[in-house]
Write a protein that binds this ligand. Structure first.
Ligand code: MG
Length: 244
């Protein structure tokens, strides 16, 4: 312990004296690699390197989670809406680390309460749910409200818009890492920005988000993004992703 402390002290001292020897500002400039150029989107448009998953006109990037058949959810007025009983839908592509943008709208006709009001969800890698729910003046368990990592992490604040108004999620996701033996070496992490406000900050995900029981990691590779049919008429538009 003392030896460790001493070596840290000597290291710090060494760095300090090394730093003192540098007098040229150019000595600490790094010119390579050069970040690739991305053109930002105008307004709500995606950036130039995004994969557009849903633009409101077709479901080509999606399929039924149950049997890979065509998506039966409703398409109308530039939005897609859950068709109750139509089942969950998943992207055809799979993703690891990502930046995901999506817009959702809770039904303007308010029905049900608690978990029964405007429930859907976005599952990262088909396993880790960021809850979508109408929590505008609607109480439920805190670790199951809008923007929770379902049953794992309570959002920092409730920033829900009123039912019928479009809302945004911007999600930064770091996939879990497993070694060759399938042992978890780093858990998944997620940052969620809801309507421009941070509600999850680098939150550690403890494993697949379970309705019943505790999360337990199992090794996996890239996975699709899933949107949940919870029987409520939640709508989506402008969904895009950037692989990181
Ligand atoms: Mg849900």
């Amino acid at each position: 312990m003392i030896r460790n402390t001493l070596s840290l002290f000597l290291l710090a001292l060494g760095l300090q004296s090394l730093s003192a020897q540098i007098t040229d500002p150019k000595a600490t400039e790094v010119w390579n690699p050069v970040p690739r150029v991305v053109t930002p989107g105008q307004g709500t448009q995606p950036p130039s390197d995004a994969i557009v998953l849903f633009d409101g006109t077709h479901w080509k990037e999606w399929q039924s989670a149950k049997d890979s058949s065509a998506v039966s959810w409703t398409l109308q007025d530039g939005a897609g809406t859950v068709k109750p009983g139509g089942g969950d839908i998943v992207t055809r592509r799979s993703f690891g680390d990502m930046q995901l943008h999506l817009e959702f709208r809770e039904p303007s006709v308010v029905k049900g309460e608690g978990q029964g009001r405007g429930n859907s969800g976005v599952f990262l890698q088909n396993r880790y749910e960021v809850q979508i729910l109408d929590c505008y003046e609607n109480r439920t368990y805190s670790n199951g409200q809008t923007g929770s990592v379902y049953k794992q992490s309570i959002p920092l604040v409730n920033v829900c818009r009123k039912p019928g108004e479009w809302q945004t999620y911007d999600i930064l996701f770091t996939a879990p890492r497993f070694n060759a033996d399938g042992i978890l070496t780093a858990p998944a992490r997620v940052t969620v920005i809801h309507n421009g406000v941070v509600i999850q900050l680098n939150t550690e995900i403890k494993g697949p988000t379970e309705y019943i029981g505790l999360p337990v990691y199992q090794a996996h590779g890239k996975g699709p993004i899933k949107l949940q049919d919870h029987g409520n008429l939640v709508s989506f538009r402008n969904v895009w992703v950037r692989e990181l």
